[in-house]
Design a protein around this ligand. Structure first.
Ligand code: GLU
Length: 295
C-alpha cells in the first residue's frame, strides 16, 4: 500500500476556502494513489488553539465529503515523542527576541529572515547572565553554515532554499512547529506532505531535520493558495470565506466543494476528480477570490 497522506490543520479558527481546497487536494493525492489519509490537529499553539475550532474544522472536512483513517491525532498529546527527538539533536539555547533577530538580520551582512547566529557561540558565563536577567531560552538546532536543501515539489517543481539554525523548542518549553511536523510525519508514515504553498520556505529546514534524525525524506506537494481580492491572505473580513458563510448565503457544502475542485481545473464531482486525478496538471498560481472564482 502507498505511504500515508495527511491534512494537518491548526485549530485557530474556522477553515476558509483555501484551507478546504488544500484539504481536498491532500485527500485526492492520497486516495487517488490508494493511500491512507490521516488528519492531524496541530494545536501546539495553546494561546490560539480551541477545541471548538477543532470540532468545527473536522465537521467541515466531513461536510465536504472527506473521510480519514484512524483516530485524529493531536500534537498537544505527543510531547514525549518530540522530547525524545530533541534529545537526539545538537542544540544550543537561544535567548534572542524576535525584535533582536529582526534587527541583526537587517544589518548590512544579515540574510533576511534567517537566524543571524547571535547565540551560537555564547560562553557559559554569557548564558548564565542572560538567564539571570530572567530570559528563557528557545533551543536551536546547530546547522552547518551556509547549508541549503533542495527537492522537487510535485506541483511547483525544483525548489532549493537556505537552512538556518531552526528553533526546535520554543522558549515557552513547547516543541516548535518545524520539529513536531517532521517527527509526526515520520511517526505517522507520511510518504507525501501536501500543504499550502505558503509553507514551502519551511521545507528545506524540515528536510535537514529529517536528515539529522535519520528519517527518510517525504515527498512534497505545495498546492496553490486562495487569496483575497486585494492579494492578502484570506480572512474573515473578506466576506464569504467559510462553509458557514456560504451556507448562510444558501450554498451547500457540496456546491462549495464543486467550486473548489473546478477552481483547480478538476471535475466538479469528487469521485470523478479522484478517478482522473493528475497532480502534474494542477495549476501552480494562486486563485484570487473574485465572486466568480469559486462557484
Ligand atoms: N498546521 C499547518 C497549517 O495549518 C500546516 C502544517 C503542514 O501541513 O505541514 O498551516
Amino acid at each position: 500500500m502507498a505511504p500515508n497522506g495527511r491534512y494537518a490543520p491548526s485549530p485557530s479558527g474556522p477553515l476558509h476556502l483555501g484551507n478546504l481546497r488544500t484539504a481536498l487536494l491532500a485527500w485526492l493525492f492520497a486516495r487517488s494513489a490508494g493511500a491512507r489519509f490521516l488528519v492531524r490537529v496541530e494545536d501546539l499553539d495553546r494561546g490560539r488553539s480551541r477545541p471548538e475550532h477543532e470540532a468545527g474544522q473536522l465537521a467541515d472536512l466531513a461536510a465536504i465529503g472527506l473521510d480519514w483513517d484512524g483516530e485524529v491525532v493531536r500534537q498537544s498529546e505527543r510531547s514525549a515523542l518530540y522530547d525524545a527527538a530533541i534529545a537526539r539533536l545538537d542544540t544550543y539555547p537561544c535567548f534572542c527576541t524576535r525584535a533582536e533577530i529582526r534587527e541583526a538580520a537587517s544589518a548590512p551582512h544579515g540574510a533576511v529572515g534567517l537566524y543571524p547566529g547571535t547565540c551560537r557561540e555564547l560562553t557559559t558565563a554569557q548564558r548564565a547572565q542572560r538567564e539571570a536577567e530572567g530570559r528563557r531560552p528557545a533551543l536551536r538546532l546547530r546547522a552547518p553554515a551556509g547549508l541549503r536543501a533542495g527537492f522537487v515539489d510535485r506541483v511547483l517543481g525544483p525548489f532549493d532554499g537556505p537552512v538556518d539554525d531552526l528553533v526546535v523548542r520554543r522558549n515557552d518549553g513547547i516543541a516548535a512547529y518545524n520539529l513536531a511536523v517532521v517527527v509526526d510525519d515520520h511517526d505517522q508514515g507520511i510518504g507525501e506532505v501536501v500543504r499550502g504553498a505558503d509553507l514551502i520556505d519551511a521545507t528545506p529546514g524540515q528536510l535537514h531535520l529529517c536528515d539529522v534524525l535519520g528519517f527518510e525524506r517525504p515527498a512534497h506537494a505545495h498546492v496553490p493558495l486562495v487569496l483575497a481580492p486585494d492579494g492578502a491572505r484570506l480572512a474573515k473580513r473578506h466576506g464569504a470565506v467559510t462553509l458557514a458563510d456560504r451556507a448562510a448565503a444558501g450554498e451547500s457544502a457540496a456546491a462549495v466543494r464543486a467550486g473548489l475542485l473546478a477552481s483547480v481545473g478538476l471535475p466538479r464531482d469528487l469521485a470523478a476528480a479522484c478517478a482522473t486525478f493528475d497532480p502534474s496538471a494542477l495549476p501552480s498560481e494562486s486563485t484570487v477570490l473574485t465572486p466568480e472564482a469559486i462557484r
